[in-house]
Design a binder for this molecule. Structure first.
Ligand SMILES: *[C@@H]1O[C@H](CO)[C@@H](O)[C@H](O)[C@H]1NC(C)=O
Ligand SMILES: *[C@@H]1O[C@H](CO)[C@@H](O)[C@H](O)[C@H]1NC(C)=O
Ligand SMILES: *[C@@H]1O[C@H](CO)[C@@H](O)[C@H](O)[C@H]1NC(C)=O
Length: 208
């Protein structure tokens, strides 16, 4: 906390003295300052003039190919927000970290909108490598259930075979599932699991 305040204050001093030299008369515009603290999930936005702070998620994976935000801010740690349709299963060594997983989703711009990097099976726990699973949609809220008519030829790229084999049709709504790291995947929370969104905007850029 002290660290952040010190930096916010330093930035404030720096910017106000720069304006004091460059602009003699009008008041400088209030500009938000993003303060990153290494190792923390949150960044603090300090509003220089009115000093009202708000919190946002720290961007991850800034090096990813073609994202509008120079990284991803639409993610959740420790939980799996993904759905069931258009499942693609990827594993180590192709996927070595969450950023590889997001890149795999970005590389499938017409079929991927959701990704999760977590221990998905006992085998993955024993191997020590989280898996990457991609989907075209998300978890449904608790009281919504959708069953896909997998015999309807109008369906496209839903990976019906895996949808059915995994018992995911119908897709039952539920609260967003926590990710675990014990071999039974039901007791030790995995706070380093991560899942999120990739949205391909009509303007040709991806946000995540
Ligand atoms: C970036 O991603 C696009 C697909 O979205 C792909 O065609 C292109 O080859 C990628 N570029 C690099 C440098 O990976
Ligand atoms: C497929 O979609 C079209 C409309 O796009 C509809 O007219 C047709 O009945 C659908 N086919 C089936 C088998 O539901
Ligand atoms: C976790 O799963 C194992 C094996 O199915 C079961 O024996 C155990 O009771 C479960 N633990 C919890 C906390 O649900």
């Amino acid at each position: 906390m002290l660290f952040r305040t010190t930096h916010a204050f330093a930035a404030l001093m720096l910017i106000s003295s720069a304006f004091a030299l460059a602009l003699p008369s009008p008041e400088p515009e209030a500009k938000p300052v993003e303060i990153y603290v290494e190792g923390e999930n949150f960044i603090e936005f300090a509003q220089i003039q009115c000093e009202n702070a708000r919190h946002g998620l720290k961007p991850i994976c800034p090096h990813l190919n073609k994202t509008a935000d120079n990284g991803c801010i639409r993610y959740v740690k420790g939980f799996d927000v993904t759905g069931v349709v258009t499942e693609v299963d990827l594993t180590f060594p192709e996927i070595n970290d969450a950023c590889d997983c997001i890149q795999a989703c970005l590389n499938r711009p017409t079929t991927c909108a959701a990704w999760v990097y977590k221990f998905s099976t006992s085998e993955s726990v024993l191997s020590g490598h989280r898996t990457c699973t991609l989907y075209s949609q998300f978890n449904l809220p608790a009281e919504v259930v959708i069953e896909i008519d997998v015999t309807n030829p109008n369906n496209s790229n839903i990976n019906a075979q895996e949808l059915v084999a995994n018992g995911n049709n119908p897709q039952n709504g539920a609260t967003v599932a926590q990710a675990f790291m014990d071999v039974n995947l039901n007791s030790t929370a995995d706070k380093d699991a991560v899942s999120g969104a990739v949205w391909q905007l009509s303007t040709g850029v991806a946000i995540c």
